[in-house]
Write a protein that binds this ligand. Structure first.
Ligand code: S3P
Length: 454
């Protein structure tokens, strides 16, 4: 990660990289603009997959740009607990000694995946195909998230997995069950479910095909292909045959567009901003935030577009602009699924009404992002009305005030950016989980001009 400081205020605080610290608060001064050039940390989805696939590949994989956040570290620790030798991370560099598809060892205790839904859902598929039993647990948010979406299709493949009666973790996975390939029509557009089933499919007899109702992020398919594992894709279906092997490789993880999103919104809404974001992953299954912001009138330019390790990457320049409210096209929802907390802040600062529909999935993320964002926006005097599957926001003045992020990293960072347009300071509670996806957020945001203190 590198950053170039070109002015702006510095936070008095130092890092907040202490996981488990519950009562971290952000205090953000109103106003200011964002200026400079930064590279936000590595992509979370790609970081998870890099550890998982490198671990079951044959040979040594070197990863650079790895996200050293709590979520991807939970995945890394899980594979260490299954006997994989992993060096690092050190400044984003990780070296994984792959053990091959059948070389993982039984963990001695339950694998604790913290706040990370991606770790739990993808691992459930991979572990269903192992010879040993395993158990997956996490924090209170993760233990209340729906897991039937993965356990039901895995059972159809022959897996044996026990959940609570509510279909939540702990997941107890019985090893030694022979898996068979299935053709599965996903009822929700979920990259986690698709990836879970493709990982189980590596261990299954015959062919596993997953059909998605709308395009979702395809990092698993791209990385499998990059490691020499054939994946057939087309017409919304991804298929693979079980029983092949993965070749070690080197993986360069781009900066996370989901982390860049806070800065895209911040620089757009703060007058006088001009910000460069380097080496951002712009995989077309992730760029809904760019499309939506541009439709609202944002001034966003991509340059130096290139393909790195099979993933599209670009540098992005964003300057302040006057936004107008829009009806968000429903087909953009899965392509911007993690960016709605930030987009709601953009909508609050736009002229006119923004309407989001078809986004009921937001209710089962790290928090209920429709309710928690609506509560926070209302606390800042914004006319935000939650609906069953989205939100209606009337743009207008943003006041200072106190909001509760409910331990949701993306909500905490979104409200931090709202301060750029607020008439008074914003105090944000329960921010420790920012470290799950964006270690160093406070430092980087203050470096480019946000008046934020921890
Ligand atoms: C992810 C997929 C998305 C996203 C999550 C990461 C992934 O979840 O919200 O943050 O890495 O596959 P769903 O698959 O549940 O939509």
């Amino acid at each position: 990660m590198c950053s170039t400081r070109t002015g702006g205020r510095r936070a008095a605080s130092t890092g907040f990289e202490m996981s488990g610290e519950k009562n971290i608060e952000f205090n953000v001064e109103p106003g200011g603009s964002l200026q400079g050039s930064i590279r936000v940390p590595g992509d979370k989805s790609i970081s998870h997959r890099s550890i998982m696939l490198a671990s079951i590949a044959q040979g040594v994989t070197t990863i650079s740009g790895f996200l050293e956040g709590e979520d991807s570290l939970a995945t890394l620790r899980a594979f260490r607990a299954m006997g994989v030798q992993i060096e690092g991370p050190e400044q984003g560099r990780v070296v994984v000694q792959g053990v091959g598809l059948n070389g993982l060892k039984a963990p001695v205790q339950a694998l604790d995946l913290g706040n990370s839904g991606t770790s739990m859902r993808l691992l459930s598929g991979l572990l269903a195909g192992q010879a040993f039993d395993s158990e997956l647990v996490g924090d209170s948010s993760l233990m209340s998230r729906p897991m039937r979406r993965v356990t039901e299709p895995l059972r159809q493949m022959g897996a044996e997995i026990v959940t609570t009666d509510a279909g939540t973790a702990p997941l107890r996975i019985r090893g030694g069950r022979p898996l068979r390939g299935i053709e599965y029509d996903m009822p929700v557009a979920s990259a986690q479910v698709k990836s879970c089933l493709l990982l189980a499919g590596l261990y299954a007899q015959g062919r596993t095909c997953v059909r998605e109702p709308a395009p979702t992020r395809d990092h698993t398919e791209r990385m499998l292909a990059g490691m020499g594992y054939g994946v057939r894709q087309g017409d919304g279906v991804a298929c693979l045959e079980g029983g092949g092997h993965l070749g070690a490789t080197s993986i360069d993880v781009p900066a996370d567009i989901s982390s860049a999103a806070f800065f895209l919104v911040g620089a757009t809404i703060a007058p006088g901003s001009d910000l460069h974001l380097q080496h951002v992953g712009v995989n077309p299954t992730r760029t809904g935030v760019l499309e939506i912001l541009k439709r609202m009138g944002a001034d966003i330019e991509l340059s130096n577009q290139r393909l790195i390790g099979g993933e599209p990457v670009a540098d992005i320049r964003v300057r302040s602009a006057t936004l107008r409210g829009i009806d968000i096209p429903v087909e953009q929802v899965p392509l911007a699924i993690d960016e709605f907390p930030a987009l709601f802040v953009a909508a609050a600062c736009a002229q006119g009404r923004t309407l989001l529909t078809g986004a009921e999935e937001l209710r089962v993320k790290e928090s209920d992002r429709i309710q928690v964002m609506a509560d926070g926006l209302q606390a800042l005097g914004v006319d935000a009305r939650p609906t069953a599957d989205g939100m209606v926001i009337e743009g207008g003045p943003v006041q200072g005030g106190t909001v509760d992020s409910r331990g949701d990293h993306r909500i905490a960072m979104s409200f931090a950016m709202a301060a750029l347009r607020a008439s008074g300071p914003i105090r944000i509670g329960d921010c420790a989980n920012v470290n799950t996806s964006f270690p160093g957020f406070v430092e980087m945001a203050s470096e480019v001009g946000l008046g934020i203190e921890r």
